[in-house]
Design a protein around this ligand. Structure first.
Ligand SMILES: Nc1ncnc2c1ncn2[C@@H]1O[C@H](COP(=O)(O)OP(=O)(O)OP(=O)(O)O)[C@@H](O)[C@H]1O
Ligand SMILES: [Mg+2]
Length: 316
């Protein structure tokens, strides 16, 4: 078992232990066996702790899977002198964890966010084909994948294929975020991408990360211009041939009166993906659902057509 598999096993054990699954299917003997298995898998791995252990990792048990995962994933950012420390976890999710990092002065930021994907997050990506339809397969540098071996591996989902796949998703997220940022969209500035980790601008301060828009209550006077701003971003994305694909108040941060759109692995290319219109409509519907609570009146179907028809006119 390699170390990524061992971390995953431990993470899975933890997830079941803490999640609904444990309550529904809890049986003590099985749980103990799982824990023993997960721990023994980790014990085989040398405690590869180099000279740098970020503050957050120091707070974890040396055998906790997350400790090595953090050290190794953000290590390259430290060696590139982009960050000087990792101080806390912003959010631990099933597919990725996001951490607060202290930045070095050369980055022009005080804090940065590191998004670390779990090595096997692909297993959880729902409806992968809807998003992938019509996309060219590109490698981590954005070059077209031509080799037969890679294509076959991807199609058959061999472990080599899965590795290529996860890199493909994350590389895609990073490049799209770069394009959006350069075009002036309200997205965090992406700074670096290594392995399965993305380093980007952090929204929030040293005490707290920005809340999700979904957790914020707005006055009608605040809601109207923010809604316009989100819709302007949707229009800008479409000009760049992008549809977010998972847009909602859960993937928008709110900080000091401004919105920041995050989370791009499911972004689709509107020129090539046959599901682009459907995804655009769903994105706009979800944005409207949030804002109508605060007095915004909007017709999501009409708004979608107002964006889509001129776009089609320009591009077909
Ligand atoms: N740049 C950032 N600055 C501050 N907080 C961030 C940033 N990026 C992400 N977060 C926080 O981390 C959480 C997870 O990030 P993101 O939505 O990109 O990942 P995810 O894989 O969708 O995770 P989840 O499924 O838990 O939403 C966000 O909901 C947000 O709270
Ligand atoms: Mg998200």
């Amino acid at each position: 078992m390699n170390k990524y598999d061992a971390w995953e096993k431990y993470a899975e054990y933890e997830y079941q232990e803490n999640g609904r699954h444990a309550r529904r299917f809890g049986d003590k003997g099985r749980k103990r066996r799982q824990e023993a298995e997960a721990r023994s898998a980790l014990a085989d791995i040398s405690d590869n702790i180099q000279d740098w252990v970020p503050t957050y990792a120091q707070s974890l048990d040396p055998r906790h899977h997350e400790r090595q995962w953090v050290i190794e994933s953000v290590g390259p950012f430290y060696r590139q002198e982009l960050i000087s420390d990792v101080t806390r976890v912003v959010k631990a999710g099933k597919e990725a964890n996001v951490y607060t990092c202290e930045a070095t002065p050369q980055t022009g930021h005080e804090l940065l966010a590191a998004k670390l994907y779990r090595p096997r997050m692909l297993r959880h990506l729902k409806n992968d084909a809807v998003y992938k339809a019509g996309r060219d397969l590109v490698d981590t540098e954005g070059k077209l994948i031509k080799g037969r071996r890679v294509r076959v591996a991807l199609q058959k989902k061999t472990s080599f294929g899965q590795k290529v796949d996860i890199q493909w998703w994350i590389g895609n997220e990073y490049r799209s975020q770069q394009t959006l940022y350069e075009a002036g969209a309200d997205v965090p500035e992406p700074l670096a991408f290594e392995g399965t980790a993305i380093l980007m601008e952090y929204v929030g301060d040293e005490y707290m990360a920005a809340p999700l828009l979904n957790d914020v209550t707005l006055t009608p006077a605040e809601a109207q211009p923010l809604f316009r701003r989100v819709m302007d971003n949707v229009a800008l994305m479409l000009d760049l041939h992008f549809v977010h694909g998972d847009l909602s108040a859960y993937n928008i941060l709110y900080w000091h009166g401004r919105i920041t759109i995050i989370d791009f692995p499911q972004l689709v290319e509107a020129r090539h993906n046959p599901n682009a219109f459907m995804l655009l409509q769903r994105d706009i519907q979800r944005v409207c659902d949030y804002f109508t609570q605060f007095g915004v009146t909007a017709d999501p179907v009409q708004l979608t057509l107002d964006l889509w028809e001129p776009y089609m006119g320009r591009n077909w």
